[in-house]
Design a protein around this ligand. Structure first.
Ligand code: ADP
Ligand code: MG
Length: 234
């Protein structure tokens, strides 16, 4: 088995083999502002620059322009990666994608469109890493529970058939890390990474809730977002 590094040193160190199993699809779940998008982009940036693994970032919420601008704060030249073919940003807000499904504005990029697009893009770019930011991209939250569940199963099965290691970002229903009330999506993925922000103690924390195929440290760890992006405090 091969293992994939995020490049966030002390985070990778939480896994027995210094990374999570290649091919896993992992749900990254947390409330707004907990750092999910930054985590996802850092995974892709480090993958492309340190580990020679091209990536694909599917975005609905932020335009590529804003992503470029925001990530420049961490010294990550997103545009350069795109130009070098090491990063493909699938802009679900762009007219081109919208043309493929007239309901896209209302319902988000359809799950079948997304899967078909991803397969094509993975083949053409040789991408090894995929980040979907976020589940709302597929319009999950506007559908009924059964529909949501069906789409999620289609997505997670398709991701596991693709030769990539993927992060799917999702909004948490609660900020509590010890909660037993997990949303249904957590059961469909090979891994669950939980991010949280305690505004009282002004602390950010990250925890590995689940990771098929590897031993890992339990418990939650303080992390910061600074000029280099995310790092885990020793
Ligand atoms: N350049 C920066 N330096 C330090 N912290 C930052 C910087 N840019 C953003 N942040 C922090 O990261 C948060 C946004 O992270 P993001 O990954 O977009 O959250 P999420 O995707 O979980 O909603 C901001 O609310 C802010 O606290
Ligand atoms: Mg986000």
């Amino acid at each position: 088995m091969e293992y994939v590094r995020t490049g966030i040193e002390d985070f990778d160190g939480l896994f027995a083999k210094n990374g999570y199993p290649q091919g896993n699809s992992i749900l990254v779940i947390g409330g707004p502002g907990t750092g999910k998008s930054i985590f996802g982009l850092q995974y892709l940036y480090k993958g492309a620059t340190l580990y020679d693994e091209p990536g694909i970032y599917v975005t609905l919420e932020e335009t590529p322009k804003k992503i470029e601008r925001n990530m420049a704060a961490f010294g990550w030249d997103i545009r350069k990666l795109v130009e070098e073919g090491k990063l493909l940003i699938m802009d679900a807000t762009s007219p081109r994608i919208k043309e493929m499904d007239t309901d896209v504005v209302k319902r988000g990029l359809g799950v079948d469109n997304l899967i078909a697009n991803l397969k094509e893009m993975i083949t053409s770019t040789g991408a090894k890493r995929v980040v979907i930011d976020s589940l709302s991209v597929i319009g999950f939250y506007s559908a009924d529970e059964f529909d949501t569940r069906t789409k999620l199963i289609r997505l997670s099965v398709s991701l596991s058939e693709m030769d990539v290691t993927s992060l799917v970002l999702a909004e948490a229903r609660t900020n509590e890390i010890g909660t037993s009330e997990f949303p249904p999506e957590t059961f469909l993925f090979d891994g669950v990474i939980w991010m949280m922000l305690d505004t009282n103690s002004q602390e950010r924390r990250i925890a590995i809730r689940k990771m098929r195929g590897t031993k890992h440290v339990l418990g939650s760890f303080k992390f910061t977002i600074s000029d280099d992006g995310i790092s885990i405090k020793a």
